[in-house]
Structures are given as C-alpha cells and as structure tokens.
Design a protein around this ligand. Sequence first.
Ligand SMILES: [Zn+2]
Length: 315
Amino acid sequence: MKIAETVTFGGSGLDRAAELRGQADQLRGQRDARAILMWRGKPMILGDALVRLPLDHAAMVDAAADMILLGRDNGALVFAADFSAWTPDNLDAETLNTFLDPSEQQHPAVPDAAFAELRAIMTRLSPRDAELAATAKAVMDWHRSHRFCARCGVESAMAMGGWQRNCAACGGHHFPRTDPVVIMLITHGNAVLVGRSPGWPEGMYSLLAGFVEPGETIEAAVRREVFEEAGVRVGAVSYLASQPWPFPASLMFGCAGEALNKDLTIDPDEIEDAIWVTREEMAEAFAGNHPKLLPARKGAIAHFLLQAWLSDRLD
Ligand SMILES: [Zn+2]
C-alpha cells in the first residue's frame, strides 16, 4: 500500500542509534542530548509537540535513574525519562483509569506543558514525535511488566539503554516484546464487515481484529478470527499496512480479505455485534451524517484502512 506509512505511529524513519545502546549511560553527558518525559504512559507535550528537555533541567530530579535511548533526532541523542514515580498535587486517580483519560498533569518545573493521554493527542503529533512517544511508552510498559526474570524469577536490571533486561542470577537476557495483532478489512462486493465490542460508544463499529497465535501465519490468523467472531469464511488475504500500537504492546497488521459468504454467525463471547456496511453508508458515517453508525476512532489503523477503502487508495 503506497500510503501505508502515513498511518498514525507509521514511522518517521527515526535513527534508533542501536550501535550506541551499550554506552547509553555515558552518552547522557552529551551537551545537546535531550529527554522526552513520560508519566504513567502519558507524554509531556506543549501545544502539539513533545517537550524535549536538556538532561540537567531542574525537572529531571523527578525522573527515574534509568533512561531509554530512543535514537538520534536532528543529530542529537534523544532519551525517554520516566516520571511515573512522581505524584502531582491534586491528583484525581479516578479519571486516570477511564478509557480515554481526559486529565492532564503539570509538573511545577515545566509549568506551561502537561502530561496528556497519548490516544487523545496522537493525531496532533508530528510523525517523529508520534514515533518517539509510541516507542517510549511501549518500552517503559514492557519494563514495568517484566521486572522479574522469566527464567528464574529473580529481579532483573535494565541494560543497553533500555533495550534489554539482564538477570544476574541465571545470566538470562530479555528483550522488549511486541505482540502481533491482525486487523482486517473484509469485503464482500460493495460492503465491508465491521463489528463492535461491549462498552464502546453507542453506534461505533470498527474492523475485526485479534491476536496472532503461536505457529500461525498472518493470513491464517485473519481467516480464523473472522470465522470465530462472525462465522464468515475468508478467501484471499493480502497485507496492507502496519501500525505500532503501544496500548500496551501491539503491532497491528492491517490486511484485506475477501469474504466467501455473507451470512453472519456472531460469537457473543468475542463481539457484541457485526454487520455489513455498504460503501455509501460508510462514507456517510465518515462524514458524520449517518443516523446510527459512528466510524472507528481517528488515529487507529481501522479508521485509516476504511478511509483508504472509501477513497480507493488501497493500492
Ligand atoms: Zn534469571
């Protein structure tokens, strides 16, 4: 797909400077090095841009000692600093747990900026900032959930600028994980198959999706998920575009598939509903004119693929 990498988080060609990871801690002393700030998965932004602070900025006293080396941006190294242990004044813990947390937190040493939910701001960020924030969130989430060695259970330590954890007890090395997920544009003639999960906003339908299982190809996962969720058999499957989706650790494989039958048999354990929607109806939904149907959320690859389908840009 020619426009594949224009998807949100689609990559900005960041130079990840992997050859420097072994010396990441020493390189923090470089004068032009900068840090982006993350607090419990939320990047610090000012307007529509990530805040980049010198590593000796006053705010950095609240950062965790370990930092992630994200890469080289305009010639200077960029690190990600974890502020999660810092507690803002007047923290409203309840809104933090909502699906799209609308709250923003301000650090007193960077008063104009705020930590904001990544899904709420992702479409406003430049491709470079989106890649930096997605990478930082995914790697930090992995460290949080993989503190202990999966081989022997002893607490492991961050190494290689955050791209590895080493276990001193058994010598095990562990690397950040990404979970493959297929998401599919299943069509039958002029119609596309969409479904919804319980708890979604009323009227919202999106493309079907599911995790790829061990031992399975992407194509097989597409066919299995669509049959399990909607009872539809899928013939030819082709790959369209991918999207890193750090909520918490997915890589979405956007695929197209041709349905061999139209009758739907919904598995209520997997989805709440599935329907066929014609191109005309979907265009109305995207224009905000459909009386019942809400399109997939902007910034998600489902929205991107449906938009490309509507505008004949799947090639
Ligand atoms: Zn171990």
